[in-house]
Design a protein around this ligand. Structure first.
Ligand SMILES: Nc1nc2c(ncn2[C@@H]2O[C@H](COP(=O)(O)OP(=O)(O)OP(=O)(O)O)[C@@H](O)[C@H]2O)c(=O)[nH]1
Ligand SMILES: [Mg+2]
Length: 456
């Protein structure tokens, strides 16, 4: 996990919320202090830390939670949302979309300090887009470091990307001019540049000239996570030279200071687009604030789960099912429908990973796989039942079990399991009083789905 330290302190903080008896000012104050401490330890600038925690506090004290969630859940949601907006500043553009629309070679120039990871990232980025079917070339304009040419050539070979440069040439502008025509036939051209100190005039002058000649569609600033807060000054200086359109943070795998770098570059108003999380070519991810914060907080990919649930059952269907259950006429068909809805969300073990708290649950893989197979078997079993049996499963006993098992070709043990699960689900419903509120209903649905997943 990237930013292990920050993640574990934030998780600890959220646990405090879960364990608290109720939400009061004391809990909110404690929460805010904890988050401040966690962010400061991750080297985030004090001023920014105060800004984000002030927002969290204000919302926590003043906002009423929506009817569908509890106060505690609402508090977690506020923390999540504020951290996402904190990390996800700047305009997001769909890279691939822009490459497609450009109608000419889309030029991306990587700039940054010495050793920040530009050359490695040139390869990672090329690999990323090549895999997505984009015709990609890489060009080295690093004429300062003697081995720069060979380094990028080597990486390009490894990922089978077309490589351009002029060996021995000392002037980066000439290197670019010599290759300009050939590069026009690509969809995407990634240009590696020499490392420089953003605050050194001579190097900045050279970068400025190259930038004018290339006129890149994107200038991505490559920053190593270990510079922490110092990222801010560097980002600003690079931005003034060549209008930074996005940032790539590298080496997030190796430092506790990454929080500082991730946040500091927000001064450029350019979003973090990718992150490097290791030395290997595939240790590279597109950066999405929502997913990143969910992972930091240990909530699984909450957003992705919500997306998936949307496609699964419509609200009306869920309401229908809910009403039936309240009336107590929940039957096997409804149980089957519910299983079907869950199946639509994707492979169960994948769905589990996405459910908050579930990714850590020790559920054997085989059990989840069995669960998937089970739905298919249930279908056969149900096809061998009479309408009455489907509606009154409690009547399925003795010889009926044998008949259904024979008719469907599914072992009787499987049928007994299905009936057991039905009874468990039905028992859960008894906890609901007549006239139960929407909120009770939702809670129960959640519980029930939990039971179905944990089915033994
Ligand atoms: N752990 C880790 N190492 C990385 C990552 N990205 C790059 N590196 C390492 O950082 C070192 C420097 O990387 P380069 O790509 O050569 O950096 P550069 O910015 O091109 O360096 P100059 O051209 O000298 O300015 C290399 O040893 C890389 O393997 C990353 O995401 N994680
Ligand atoms: Mg380099």
């Amino acid at each position: 996990m990237v930013l292990e330290g920050l993640s574990s302190s934030l998780k600890g903080t959220l646990k405090k919320i879960t364990n608290a008896l109720f939400v009061d000012d004391k809990l909110i104050n404690e929460l805010v202090k904890d988050i401040q401490r966690a962010l400061l330890q991750s080297d985030v600038n004090v001023k920014l830390v105060l800004e984000v925690t002030k927002k969290i506090k204000e919302r926590a004290l003043n906002e009423e939670p929506p009817r569908s969630i509890s106060k505690k859940e609402h508090l977690v949601k506020i923390v999540y949302e504020e951290l996402v907006s904190f990390l996800g500043t700047g305009e997001k553009k769909d890279f691939q979309e822009r490459i497609k629309k450009a109608g000419k070679a889309y030029k991306v120039m990587l700039v940054g300090l010495f050793g920040s990871g530009k050359t490695t990232t040139t390869g990672k980025l090329a690999n990323y887009f090549k895999k997505r079917g984009v015709k990609t070339a890489v060009l080295t304009t690093d004429t300062w470091r003697p081995a720069a040419y060979d380094q990028l050539e080597q990486i390009s070979k490894q990922i089978k990307a077309d490589f351009y440069g002029v060996k021995g040439e000392k002037n980066p502008l000439k290197v670019y001019k010599a290759n300009e025509k050939k590069l026009d036939s690509y969809d995407l051209v990634i240009i590696d540049t020499a490392g420089r100190d953003a605050l050194s005039d001579e190097l900045i002058k050279e970068l400025n000239e190259l930038n004018k000649a290339v006129n890149p569609d994107e200038s991505l600033l490559v920053l190593s996570a270990d510079i922490g807060q110092a990222a801010e000054k560097q980002a600003q200086a690079f931005h003034e030279t060549c209008r930074v359109t996005g940032v790539i943070i590298t080496k997030l795998d190796g430092t506790a200071k990454g929080g500082g770098a991730l946040i500091a570059c927000s001064v450029t108003k350019a979003p973090v687009r990718f992150i490097g999380v290791g030395e290997k070519i595939d240790d590279f991810e597109e950066f999405k604030a929502e997913g990143f914060v969910s992972r930091l907080l240990g909530m699984g990919d909450l957003e992705a789960l919500l997306e998936k649930t949307k496609g699964a059952i419509s609200e009306e269907e869920a309401e229908d099912l809910g009403r039936k259950m309240l009336k107590g006429d929940f039957n096997l068909i409804d149980l089957y429908e519910q299983m079907q809805a869950m199946k639509k969300m994707g492979p169960l073990n994948k769905v589990m990973e996405l459910i908050p708290g579930m990714s850590n649950a020790n559920i054997p893989k085989e059990m989840l796989q069995n669960q998937e197979g089970k739905i298919g078997k249930w279908k056969y079993l149900m096809e061998s039942m009479t309408q009455e049996e489907l509606e009154e499963p409690d009547n399925i006993r003795g010889s009926r079990i044998e008949r259904i098992s024979k008719g469907s070709g599914i072992p009787a043990s499987e049928l007994r399991g299905m009936l057991k699960q039905y009874r468990q689900s039905k028992k859960l419903m008894k906890h609901i009083k007549p006239g139960a509120s929407e909120k009770d209903m939702q809670r129960m649905m959640q519980k029930m789905q939990g039971k179905i997943k944990g089915f033994k």
